[in-house]
Write a protein that binds this ligand. Structure first.
Ligand code: ATP
Length: 768
């Protein structure tokens, strides 16, 4: 039989017995109501609520007054804390009463003026446990009893370093005292070294139009840029649960209200990691949360409000630009997704990739690594990758990401340390946008969507198992349970500075998901990663001056070689670009010299001259630029190979001919020696034939050397153009296939036409 709550609420006898309702003694009107005969329990409740609201307002005013008068004192520090305020513990005078009271103010809708007050019972011990802050033995939060050990309710000791910006902390008027600021200051120093705990941040998104239309209320409140208060609303008709409202309080390294800007989120969560990456450390940022909670918005953002990924890349390049102009930094980029437990390359989609473990950790074999030179290039690649990413509309989100996406940027830098040793530093930044954790009903029940959902949940479950195992300090961490956890191995338990951004929705409709997200975020706070040292690879230290000189020479040589290689590549690219432009714009082929020289200042595409790579040129789309250039370079390489083979063959031919000539000359000289002797003898014997006149028109050989018929007089000496020309005598058509032959060589009257001059050269199949 259901137990009625009416008597609990209104019976004076019970009120006396129940300390939770002792507050009634403080309110005169309450007594009047309490002694009045009960007719309508709802009426009593309403009255009680009114009284409570009144009491709360009074306490708030008193608390504010106290704060103003002595905010620097220890007491005021307690009073200033939101949790304390919510406890109603604003002064010693009211301390007794307030201990028994747990008041919580309901979060209101942005435009709503309605304020309600709920009575919260003493929470069960498991709730209290949840509010234990990692690294402290203090309990914070309004929903749990305070331990006697702690003299204050100060949210959390920032023992591991926090990324809460100084200004923000100070900016919370009166909420932090000087001591606390100092504590944070001290810790912000530590931050530069970045502790080994995963830093956890929470971001609340604004209420969506859809949620507003559905009449949902805000159940989350971010206070002090650090504390998150979560309220579960009871159904007004549910009398049984009226007194069992769940309110929870969590504390994170920083919490962002719905008004927080992208830049604010970036600078608080990620900017330090970018700095660390430039020093050769690894960093990871991952967004976690329910579907539609704002993960992709935080990570990627929009064109007007770019997210963490975009801001991090911009920051990275601007920092690199400020640091060195010598091109010592090499930035490489990869972008992959895990969709339905398969790993796919987002920059060059193809077959699924296989994960392998090597010295560097888990790597996706065959993943494309793009060398990036500028922010624009990275943006184009990012855009391309996102177009390839799997997104589908679900009931919960119009553009729901159905896959986990990982953008990895590796920065390599060669630098000299104080002792002038050369050090190679490599830092990697992984930016991860996880797919949303979801309930089947929250999204869709169609087969593919539910399969995706199952896989997403499976990988997130595997993630939570790993988090649990890491928190509990287990030896075996089940990374292998999913592709996602394998890829996150370094971020979670490796040598990496890791940041988690938990995204939550304010709507009470998503209470369950929000609670779940906050729970895991809270748990993640306790994970400790290994100390993250810089990935430095020192080069051998030169001992003597001679060694140093050698090293310098070696480096200079390497530099020269690289410059030559670069020049060659650029030459090739210019050639191809010019050719492609010619092919597209003019039917007449450009001259050979224009193909072989880079564009000069009077070239129509003058802009390109200042660009390091033609890929940034205006006439190509980002994808076609890369692909076109690759194909063209490959074709060019094959043509060059064919030409080299042709030259080799010609050389052989020539040497053979020379040898033959030599033999013949030798033979002839021997014969001529003999003949001279014979002629001498014949001259002595005058015959009738010798007196006969000689015929000069016969074309008979007058010298034995004329017996050798060299191809030279008939065939013109073959030039480069003859070899490469399509109508060259060396290219004959045999059964439709083009073959090369050196045997027949006919003189050509037509001007040689280079294959390089023909439009669409890049698309021609190379001659094998
Ligand atoms: N801080 C914010 N400010 C304004 N709009 C936001 C914010 N966060 C999220 N949104 C909006 O909420 C909607 C859902 O956000 P988003 O797509 O980022 O969710 P998600 O967590 O990535 O979802 P899924 O896991 O399904 O991909 C989007 O329309 C987005 O523009």
């Amino acid at each position: 039989m259901p137990v009625s709550t009416r008597s609990q609420i209104t019976s004076p006898v019970q009120n006396e017995a129940n300390p939770e309702h002792r507050f009634r003694t403080n309110v005169d009107q309450e007594d009047t109501h309490a002694s009045a005969p009960l007719r309508n329990p709802h009426h009593g409740l309403k009255e009680k609520m009114k009284a409570l609201t009144l009491l709360y307002e009074q306490q708030k005013l008193a608390s504010a007054a106290l704060k103003n008068s002595s905010w620097r004192s220890e007491d005021s520090r307690l009073a200033s804390h939101p949790s304390f305020e919510l406890h109603g513990g604003y002064s010693k005078k009211h301390e007794k009463e307030s201990k028994a009271e747990n008041l919580m103010r309901e979060n209101t809708m942005p435009n709503s003026t309605i304020t309600r007050t709920f009575v919260l019972p003493q929470p069960p011990m498991e709730d209290a446990k949840e509010n234990l802050v990692a690294g402290t033995d203090r309990i914070v939060g309004f929903s749990c009893p305070r331990k006697a050990t702690g003299s204050t309710t100060v949210a959390r000791k920032l023992s591991m370093g926090t990324t809460v910006p100084h200004s923000e902390v100070k900016g919370d008027a009166g909420s932090q005292n000087a001591q606390e600021s100092e504590k944070i200051e001290g810790n912000s120093e530590k931050t530069s070294k970045i502790g080994s705990r995963i830093l956890v941040f929470v971001r609340l998104r604004p209420m969506s139009k859809k949620e507003k239309e559905a009449g949902s209320r805000s159940c989350v409140r971010v206070v002090n840029r650090r504390d998150v208060y979560l309220t579960e609303f009871a159904n007004e008709n549910d009398y049984l649960r009226l007194n069992r409202l769940r309110g929870r309080h969590f504390t994170f390294d920083a919490s962002f209200p719905d008004s927080a800007t992208q830049q604010e989120v970036y600078s608080t969560t990620t900017s330090e990691l970018v700095e660390a990456v430039l020093q050769g450390r690894n960093g990871s940022v991952f967004c976690y949360g329910a579907t539609g909670a704002g993960k992709t918005y935080t990570m990627l953002g929009t064109v007007e409000n770019p997210g963490v990924m975009v801001l991090a890349i911009k920051d990275l390049f601007s920092k690199i630009r400020h640091r060195s102009c010598d091109g010592n930094h090499v930035v490489q980029l990869s972008y992959l997704e895990v969709y339905n437990e398969t790993v796919r390359d987002l920059l060059s989609p193809g077959r699924p990739l296989v994960l392998r473990e090597d010295k560097q950790g888990i790597v996706a074999a065959g993943l494309t690594q793009y060398r990036a030179y500028s922010t624009d290039e990275v943006m184009a690649l990012l855009q391309q990758g996102n177009q390839n990413r799997t997104t589908e509309p679900t009931r919960a989100n119009e553009t729901s990401s159905r896959s986990h996406a990982i953008l990895q940027v590796a920065v390599e830098y060669r630098v000299r340390d104080a002792a002038m040793n050369i050090i190679n530093r490599v830092g990697k930044l992984s930016l991860i946008d996880l797919a949303g954790s979801e309930r089947a009903l929250a999204t869709d029940q169609r087969t593919l969507r539910s399969l995706e959902g199952a896989n997403i949940n499976r990988s997130l479950l595997a993630l939570s198992s790993c988090i649990n195992a890491l928190v509990e300090g287990k030896k075996h961490i089940p990374y292998r349970n999913s592709k996602l956890t394998q890829l996150l191995k370094d971020s979670l338990g490796g040598t990496c500075n890791t940041v988690m951004i938990a995204n939550i929705s304010p709507s009470n409709i998503s209470f369950g998901e929000t609670q779940n997200t906050l729970h895991w975020a809270d748990r993640t706070k306790e994970i400790r990663t290994k100390a993250c040292d810089a990935n430095e690879d020192p080069m051998p230290v030169p001992e003597t001056e001679t060694d140093q000189a050698k090293l310098v020479l070696e480096l200079q040589r390497e530099n020269r070689e690289l410059r030559v290689q670069l020049a060659r590549q650029q030459q090739k690219l210019y050639t191809l670009q010019t050719q492609s432009l010619a092919a597209h714009s003019s039917p007449t082929p450009p001259s050979a010299t224009s193909l072989l020289t880079p564009p000069t200042s009077d070239h129509p595409n003058d802009k390109r001259k200042t660009r390091p790579s033609f890929l940034a040129g205006p006439c190509f789309t980002p994808e076609s630029k890369k692909k076109g250039a690759e194909v063209a370079v490959r074709t060019l390489q094959q043509t060059v190979k064919a030409l080299e083979a042709e030259i080799e063959r010609m050389k052989k031919d020539h040497s053979l001919q020379l040898k033959q000539k030599d033999d013949i000359i030798r033979e002839l000289s021997q014969k001529s020696g003999k003949k001279a002797v014979a002629e001498e003898e014949a001259a002595k014997r005058v015959t009738r034939a010798s007196l006969r006149p000689k015929d000069t028109n016969t074309g008979e050989l007058k010298s034995p050397s004329h017996r050798f018929r060299s191809p030279a007089p008939t065939a013109k000496k073959r030039s480069f153009w003859d070899i490469t020309t399509a109508n060259s005598p060396s290219v004959t058509t045999l059964n439709g296939r083009k073959t090369r032959s050196h045997v027949i060589s006919e003189p050509t009257s037509a001007a040689p036409r280079s294959m390089l001059l023909q439009p669409g050269f890049a698309r021609q199949q190379p001659i094998v």
